[in-house]
Structure formats: structure tokens, C-alpha cells
Design a protein around this ligand. Structure first.
Ligand SMILES: [Zn+2]
Length: 378
């Protein structure tokens, strides 16, 4: 069991999380079993995950400076006059992938070859890409010593500064970045600045382009390039569940009326469309399922002798008749949908509130309002 858990890093992590929260081993075991069975179906759960909670060293040897936007209005003209190296880093994420970059300059000029473009595959977050940008710059400066004592690193994502200022370092990447900055600070005066993005500032604009270039590059190696954030696991479980729901619904042989209204599962239905009132919820359920006090439905249940529509006498009185084409409701249909007849699937192309308004105006209005209809005669 232990070896199996080690194989599946994300699951093990979730196991520990559940254990910490519940404190009841019986439940933990149950949860772990669920996660292990999910891990067989969702490849992302087998990825290495980056989650840590480490106290940073007491003494931070590098400085962090987060100037406000107002302060930057004054600094715009003179930040290039800061002594030492000026290092700009950035991370980017696009539909095709993520990437990080850095570029180093001195005295208002970029140094030849002192830049890096790092593609990070599809799973790295923007935050991780930003951290990799700074980490790569630190590694470059460690490997390529220079005479400058001061190093000013500019990052336009505040999360990087916040993660290093936090009481706990919450990922291996943050721990590694903290360590790299501490290491570099042994021989240099390091200041990690925040710089506003999209202000056309020298260095930030150039590194932004490089990071976008990195994000558009194809990653040739296996995914994930770096251990992934916990959100990847949560998102992949959610996506898998939604897909399973979709497949289950499309393969279902019954619920024909409901499937006309909902060809694919619609997760917003309960939150937005049913509305806050009991009446709205009841009517929506009636309309979608067809399980209404209609002759067609009552006949099916063996409560009536005939399913025929009592208004027109032309067809079975079902939702599939009342909503799209019962001639007795042509005028009402026209005033609601601007058409006197429709196909059943077209009804659901109109906003749900229009469908409900149609039903509230018909012969069901009193029933919907809470009055009981006459008991069906047998
Ligand atoms: Zn009819």
C-alpha cells in the first residue's frame, strides 16, 4: 500500500490532506481508496505534485522592495540609474503552454548572451513560470560571476514577492527560489523589486516578449516539466467527472423529453435557471421532465382512459405537444416566442424564463400557483 502511494504522488498528497482534516482513520482510508481508484482513470493524479509548508530561515539576506504605482510614477525616470546589474524576469501562459524568461542589463544596455528562454509545457501555472524566471536568472548569475556588487531583480508579478515574504514557504519551487536568492546574497546585495507591467518600461517590455516566446515553444520532453500545483489535480478530477456525466447522459436510453431540453448536462441549471422560488423550481422540473399533470402523463400512469389533449383533441396531451404545436395555444405561443408552432428542441433555444412564462399563462397557471386541479376521472 505504501509503495503504491509513493507511486502516485498526488493521491498520496490528497491522502495526507484528508487525514489532517478528518482525523478519523476510517474515513481517511475510504477517501484514499476513492482517490486510488480515480488515479487509475485520471493520468494527472499520477503527476508529481508540488506542495510544501516550510518555515523560511530566520534571517533573509536579500531585500524585497514593492513600491506602489504612485512611487513608480517617479521611479520610471531613474530606475535604470540604479547601481549594478539590472535583471528582468517574467512568466507567461498561453493556450499552447507556459514559459519563463530573464534578461540582464547594465548601464541601460543588455549584456550579450545574458538572457534565457525556458519553455515549461502545458501544466505550469503563470505563478510557477514567474518563479522559474527569477530562479533561472539567479542560476545564470551564480554560474557567470561578474564584478558588480549590487543586483536589482525586477518582477511584475506580486505573488512572487508575497510567496517569499510569507511566514511559510508553500512549495518546493518557492523553497528553491528562496535558497537561490540567499545563496546569491552571500557575495552580492540582492534586491527583488516589483515593477508595473504594460507601462512600456525598459527591460520589462523586452522580457515580456521573451516569456511569450517561451510559452509558444513546443516542449519536446515528457509532461509535466516541473511538479504541478495542487489545483491541477482538483481541476482534472472535476473535468473527468463532468465528462463521465456527459457520456452517461448521452448514452441514457430513457428520459427522452428531458434530453430534448438538456441535450448535454447543464451545470448552471440549478444555480441560475431554477430561480429562488419553489414555484419556479417546480415548473422548470415539470417542463424539462414532462412529468406534469397532463393527460398524456396521467394516462401513462393508468389514471386516465385517454391521453388525448382536451383542448384540441388532436394529439396526446404531453409537454412535447403543449409547448411546440398544440393549436389551442397558437396565439399564446406567438405572443411568447413570436412563432405559432415550433419543434420541441427549438423551444429550449429560447430563454428558460420565456418557456416558464408560456406555462404560467396557460391552463396550468392555477395549478402552478398552488391550487389543485380537478382529480382525474377514471
Ligand atoms: Zn392540444
Amino acid at each position: 500500500m505504501a509503495a503504491r502511494r509513493r507511486e502516485i504522488g498526488g493521491v498520496d498528497l490528497c491522502f495526507q490532506e484528508v487525514k489532517a482534516r478528518s482525523g478519523i482513520f476510517f474515513n481517511v482510508k475510504l477517501q484514499a481508496d476513492i482517490f486510488l481508484s480515480l488515479a487509475q482513470k485520471i493520468p494527472e493524479l499520477g503527476f508529481p505534485y508540488d506542495y510544501k509548508s516550510v518555515k523560511p530561515p530566520q534571517a533573509r539576506n536579500f531585500k524585497i522592495r514593492v513600491a506602489s504605482r504612485e512611487e513608480w510614477l517617479d521611479m520610471c525616470d531613474n530606475y535604470l540609474e540604479l547601481p549594478g546589474l539590472l535583471c528582468f524576469t517574467d512568466g507567461s501562459k498561453s493556450k499552447s503552454g507556459s514559459g519563463a524568461a530573464f534578461i540582464i542589463g547594465e548601464g541601460g544596455n543588455f549584456m550579450d548572451g545574458a538572457s534565457g528562454v525556458i519553455p515549461l509545457g502545458v501544466y505550469a501555472t503563470v505563478f510557477q513560470a514567474e518563479q522559474i524566471g527569477v530562479l533561472s536568472a539567479c542560476n545564470y548569475m551564480s554560474a557567470n560571476p561578474n564584478q558588480h556588487k549590487e543586483v536589482n531583480i525586477f518582477v511584475d508579478n506580486r505573488s512572487v514577492h508575497d510567496s517569499l515574504l510569507s511566514e511559510r514557504l508553500m512549495s518546493s519551487l518557492t523553497v528553491e527560489l528562496h535558497r537561490a536568492l540567499q545563496q546569491l546574497s552571500i557575495h552580492k546585495d540582492i534586491t527583488l523589486h516589483w515593477i508595473p507591467s504594460h507601462w512600456g518600461l525598459w527591460g520589462n517590455e523586452e522580457v515580456d516578449k521573451l516569456a511569450k516566446e517561451a510559452a509558444s515553444m513546443t516542449n519536446c520532453g515528457p509532461e509535466p516539466v516541473i511538479p504541478v500545483n495542487l489545483t491541477i489535480g482538483k481541476f482534472s478530477i472535476k473535468q473527468w467527472a463532468q465528462n463521465e456525466h456527459r457520456v452517461y447522459w448521452s448514452n441514457l436510453l430513457n428520459c427522452k423529453i428531458s434530453k430534448l431540453a438538456l441535450p448535454i448536462p447543464y451545470k448552471g441549471l440549478s444555480g441560475k435557471s431554477l430561480g429562488p422560488t419553489r414555484d419556479g423550481m417546480r415548473l422548470t422540473t415539470f417542463a424539462i421532465t414532462g412529468h406534469f399533470n397532463l393527460n398524456g402523463h396521467l394516462y401513462k400512469m393508468g389514471l386516465l382512459e385517454s391521453p388525448i389533449c382536451e383542448k384540441c383533441g388532436e394529439g396526446d396531451e404531453t409537454m412535447a405537444h403543449i409547448l411546440p404545436d398544440c393549436p389551442a395555444y397558437s396565439a399564446l405561443r406567438f405572443s411568447t416566442f413570436l412563432r405559432s408552432t415550433l419543434k420541441m428542441e427549438e423551444v429550449w433555444e429560447y430563454p428558460l424564463k420565456d418557456v416558464l412564462a408560456f406555462l404560467r399563462s396557460g391552463r396550468f397557471a392555477s395549478f402552478v400557483a398552488g391550487e389543485s386541479r380537478e382529480a382525474p376521472t377514471q
